[in-house]
Ligand binder design. Structure first.
Ligand code: BGC
Ligand code: BGC
Length: 589
C-alpha cells in the first residue's frame, strides 16, 4: 500500500467514524435522556402505579391523595410501600401526602386543629412545634414530602376550604405559615406552600360545576393580589426556604393559574427567586383549554415542573415526550424542571441516601398529644359569657348535640378520608369531648348526663353544635345559618332544647368557620368557638373548667348574615353592617 493510499484510507475511516459520532451520538452515561427527564416530571397516585410499572417508567414522584393508604395502614405499612417504589427506581422517588393537621391519612396519628384554629392561637412558636411534630410523624412512616401548609388568605368564609386557611389577615398567615415550614423542614421533610395564587380570593359564584367559590376566579388588581395573597409567599420563600409550591386550581381574571406564565415564571421563579419545585394540583391541568397536548404545553411552559397526574400519568408521559420532540416545550424548560426536582431530592437527602430515619415512638407520641391539647386550648375563642364559665368541676352537666361525643366531626375533612368521617370508628386514638368531660367529672364526684330526660339533675347544659365534615368545594356554602349548608341535621333538636330549657346553656360550636347565629345566641349564656380541633378534646375542658384562661382571638371576621363577600377586615369597601364579632375579637375570664 502506498503512503498515498494509506492516507486516503485513514481519511475515509476518520470521516466515517466522525460521521458516526455526529449522526449517532453515544449517550453520555451521566446525562439523563429526554425520556428520563420527562418521567421525573410526573407524579402518579400509589393506587394507579405498580412496582413493576415504576421499574419500567421511572416516574419522579408518587403521592397518596386524601384517604389513600397502604393496604396495611400502619407506620410499617407506609414504610414498606414507599420502600417498594424506591427499590424499583434508579433516581429515588419523592413521596408526598397531605398531612394538613397531623399525618391525617395514617391510622392512629395525632390530629391537630385545622389551620383556622391555629390562626386563633396567634402563636408562631406553637405552630413551629406542630410543624416539627408533624414532620416526625411523617418520618416515622417514611414519607418525604408534605403538601402543607396552605397559605390561603381566606376572604369569604363561604369557601369550603376556609378551615385550611390560618386567617383572613395576610400578616398572620405569613407568620404562622412560615413557622410551620421552618418547623417541619427542620426535621428533614419538604413542605409545600399552596395554593399559588389567590385561592382564598375567588368570587362567590365563579366556580364551574357544583362548586360555588372553590376553584373560582379572583378578580383583583395586581396591588391587591400582592398585598393580600402573594404576601405570605414572600417569607415562606425568603425565611422559610420552602422546597415546593403547589399551583391553585383557581384563576386570576379568568386565566387559570396553571397556565399563568406571569405569576409562576416571572413573579414566583424570577422575582421571588424561588429555587424549589412547582407542582400542579390534582389533575388541574385538565381544566386548561385544548387537548392534553395543549394543556401540557401551556402548563409546563408557564413554569409547572412536576405534574400531579394521579390517573393519567402514562398518557401524560407519552404526550409530553411528543411535545418536547416537536419543540413545543423547549429542552431548556425540561432541564430546568428536572434540575429543580433533583434539587429537592438532594436537599431531602434522597440522592445520597441520607434522608433521616424516623422513630416509631414519635408516631402519636405522648408529647405530640400534649402539644395538640395545648393547641386546642389556645385556639378556643370565647364569644359570649354571662357568668356561666368557668364551670365548677363539681357541676353536673347535661352534654348534648351532634358534636358531643364524635372525634370525626371534631376533626372535619382531611381526616382518615378526603371528606372526613361522620363517626369516629376509625379514630380510636382520639379523646372525645364526652370522654374529656367525664375524666374531670369522675375525679370530682360529678356526673355527665347525655339524655335530655335527665336535665333536672344537671346544673348546666352544654350543647355542642357541629358541622358535618367536608373538604374543598364540597364544603362551599351559600347559607351559613345554623341549619344551612354543611350543618349537621341533629343540630336542630339541640338548638330547640337550648331555647326552651331553664338551665344555663353553654354552646360550643364545632365548625370550620363562623356560622350565622341569628337571634338564637340570645338564648345562650355562653358561646365558645372550638373550630375543628381534632383528637385532643381535653384542651377544651382545660379551659372550660378554668385551669387555663381563654387566649384565642378570631382569625376571621364573624358575620351577621351569609353574604360574606365584603366582610373581611381586608375588604376594600368593607360591609361593617355585617360584622357581629370583629377580626381579633375574643373574651377571657
Ligand atoms: C387539593 C390539594 C391536595 C391535592 C392532593 C387537591 O385536590 O386541592 O390541596 O394537595 O388534592 O391530595
Ligand atoms: C383525592 C384527594 C384529591 C381529590 C381531588 C380525591 O379522590 O383523595 O386527595 O384532592 O380527589 O378531587
Amino acid at each position: 500500500m502506498t503512503i498515498h493510499k494509506l492516507l486516503v484510507l485513514i481519511l475515509v475511516v476518520g470521516l466515517v467514524l466522525g460521521g458516526c459520532v455526529k449522526t449517532d451520538p453515544k449517550p453520555d452515561d451521566n446525562k439523563p435522556t429526554i425520556e428520563e427527564k420527562v418521567a421525573q416530571m410526573i407524579q402518579a397516585e400509589r393506587y394507579s402505579l405498580s412496582k413493576s410499572e415504576q421499574e419500567t417508567y421511572q416516574l419522579g414522584s408518587v403521592l397518596s391523595g386524601g384517604g389513600s393508604v397502604p393496604s396495611s395502614n400502619t407506620p410499617q405499612g407506609w414504610i414498606d410501600l414507599i420502600a417498594s417504589y424506591q427499590e424499583a427506581s434508579t433516581i429515588p422517588v419523592v413521596y408526598g401526602v397531605d398531612a394538613v393537621h397531623g399525618h391525617n391519612n395514617a391510622q392512629g396519628a395525632t390530629i391537630f386543629p385545622h389551620n383556622i384554629g391555629l390562626g386563633a392561637t396567634n402563636d408562631p412558636e406553637l405552630i413551629k412545634k406542630i410543624g416539627i411534630a408533624v414532620g416526625k410523624e411523617l418520618l416515622a412512616t417514611g414519607v418525604h414530602w408534605n403538601f402543607a401548609p396552605c397559605l390561603a388568605v381566606v376572604q369569604d368564609i363561604r369557601w369550603g376550604r376556609t378551615y385550611e386557611s390560618y386567617s383572613e389577615n395576610p400578616q398572620l398567615v405569613s407568620e404562622l405559615g412560615t413557622a410551620f415550614i421552618q418547623g417541619i423542614q427542620s426535621t428533614g421533610i419538604a413542605a409545600t406552600a399552596k395554593h399559588y395564587l389567590a385561592d382564598g380570593g375567588t368570587v362567590f359564584g365563579t366556580s364551574s360545576g357544583s362548586y360555588k367559590i372553590d376553584q373560582g376566579d379572583a378578580q383583583l388588581d395586581e396591588a391587591t393580589l400582592r398585598a393580600i395573597h402573594l404576601y405570605p409567599y414572600l417569607s415562606a420563600i425568603a425565611q422559610g426556604n420552602v422546597l415546593s409550591v403547589m399551583i391553585s386550581f383557581s384563576s386570576i381574571d379568568g386565566l387559570k393559574m396553571h397556565a399563568n406564565d406571569y405569576w409562576i415564571n416571572d413573579v414566583l421563579k424570577d422575582e421571588l427567586n424561588f429555587k424549589g419545585l412547582v407542582v400542579s394540583d390534582w389533575e388541574a391541568i385538565h381544566q386548561l383549554e385544548g387537548s392534553l397536548y395543549m394543556q401540557l404545553v401551556s402548563a409546563v411552559n408557564a413554569g409547572v415542573d412536576l405534574l400531579m397526574e394521579p390517573n393519567n400519568w402514562n398518557n401524560v408521559y407519552t404526550t409530553m415526550l411528543r411535545a418536547v420532540k416537536n419543540g413545543d416545550i423547549a429542552e431548556e424548560r425540561i432541564d430546568d424542571a428536572f434540575s429543580r426536582i433533583q434539587y429537592v431530592k438532594e436537599q431531602l437527602g434522597l440522592i445520597d441516601a441520607t434522608f433521616p430515619q424516623g422513630k416509631a415512638s414519635d408516631f402519636n407520641s405522648e408529647e405530640h398529644r400534649a402539644l395538640a391539647r395545648e393547641a386546642v386550648s389556645k385556639s378556643l375563642v370565647l364569644l359570649k359569657n354571662n357568668n356561666v364559665l368557668p364551670l365548677a368541676k363539681s357541676s353536673n352537666i347535661l352534654l348534648i348535640g351532634p358534636g358531643a361525643d364524635n372525634a370525626g366531626l371534631a376533626s372535619g375533612g382531611w381526616t382518615v378520608s378526603w371528606q372526613g368521617e361522620m363517626n369516629d370508628s376509625k379514630l380510636p386514638q382520639a379523646t372525645t369531648l364526652k370522654e374529656a368531660f367525664e375524666s374531670v367529672a369522675n375525679e370530682n364526684g360529678a356526673t355527665i348526663f347525655t339524655d335530655v330526660a335527665q336535665v333536672d339533675q344537671a346544673d348546666v347544659v352544654v350543647v355542642v353544635l357541629s358541622e358535618t365534615p367536608y373538604a374543598e368545594g364540597v364544603g362551599d356554602a351559600s347559607d351559613l345559618g345554623l341549619s344551612g349548608n354543611t350543618m349537621h341535621p341533629d343540630n336542630a333538636a339541640a338548638i330547640e332544647f337550648a331555647r326552651t330549657t331553664k338551665k344555663p346553656v353553654v354552646v360550643l360550636l364545632n365548625s370550620g368557620r363562623p356560622r350565622v347565629v341569628g337571634d338564637e345566641i340570645d338564648d345562650w349564656d355562653a358561646l365558645v368557638m372550638t373550630w375543628l380541633y381534632g383528637s385532643e378534646a381535653q384542651g377544651i375542658t382545660d379551659v372550660l373548667y378554668g385551669d387555663l384562661d381563654f387566649t384565642g382571638k378570631l382569625p376571621v371576621t364573624w358575620p351577621k348574615t351569609s353574604d360574606t363577600s365584603n366582610t373581611s377586615s381586608m375588604a376594600g369597601d368593607r360591609d361593617l353592617d355585617n360584622v357581629l364579632f370583629d377580626f381579633g375579637y375574643g373574651l377571657h375570664y
